[in-house]
Design a binder for this molecule. Sequence first.
Ligand SMILES: [Zn+2]
Ligand SMILES: [Zn+2]
Length: 354
Amino acid sequence: MASIGTPRYLNGALSASYPFQDRPPLITVTPQGLYCAPGDFHIDPWHPVERALITHAHGDHARGGSRRYLGARTGEGLLHRRLGADSAIDTLPYGERLRINDVTVSFHPAGHVLGSAQIRIEHQGEVWVVSGDYKRAPDPTCEPFEVVRCNTFITEATFGLPIYRWDDTRLVAEDILRWWDANRAVGRSAVLFCYALGKAQRILAELARLTDRPAYVHGALNSLVAVYREAGVKMLPTQLVSEVEKGTSFAGALVLAPPSAGGSTWMRRFGEHETGFASGWMRVRGNRRRRGFDRGFVLSDHADWPDLLRTVADTRAERVLVTHGYTDPLAHYLRDKGVDAAPLATPFEGEAED
Ligand SMILES: [Zn+2]
Ligand SMILES: [Zn+2]
């Protein structure tokens, strides 16, 4: 974390054209996390606080120990799984407004994972939106991203470099099915590594449009798949690997597992197999080779470079703060294009597996 208390702006002060230039920033970075003083709450805090507003259930955004939580209603099941059943979690349907002290807040779909939200905060006519993680690509497992007009937009930048551009998700899903079929034809299993929350369910949902063959899943994915099923998301039928009878052959099977299972003794049961990794990081060829996967599938739950730029423009924000990932390159690029933009230093992790 570079500085604490105020955004770390490039080249000193931002332009004087911001309509609320005379006011203190509505959100600042404190040691606990992003903090809204007039509302007296934190957003995705990394240390326990009194009141936490949560954008989504990934580990670097939803952390335990806070007194009260508020999130989007469709993410309730995932938040309870992440934060524990006895955490005090309130939820709000998308779009519904709630007064908290001197501000009005509402949650709006971020298109990232089930129940993911951008948080809109309004204070005396000034509107800030905290994007959380988001994407614009269609995803059958969650509500599509909603453009929210605001004065200041805090955007993520996990893939904030021009090299990151995604292909059509349907083409990627067809590619995965072809890879599975090719392995199946020669009696090999196909072990596909993917992020346990969001990516795995998205792959199972995309594949369900192409086939109805069941897939096997690692224990780390299984309970999350169950939460998505409860929410009504249609996915391939799944079976838990550890519930398969000993000695059963996995020849021809597709197995979904978190990257941490790679190289572990858990892999031995699959006999002859190929490995794949579904991640935005697979856009860079060297990453696949270096990590020793047979195949890389470029699939991310974050906005790619063109969609980051498009989204910033769509919000019509007069000021953009960039967090989470390639903050400096994206902020520099926007400033070069005449956008009042600056990086905002936070310890969000940038989802190394996504
Ligand atoms: Zn996330
Ligand atoms: Zn994140």
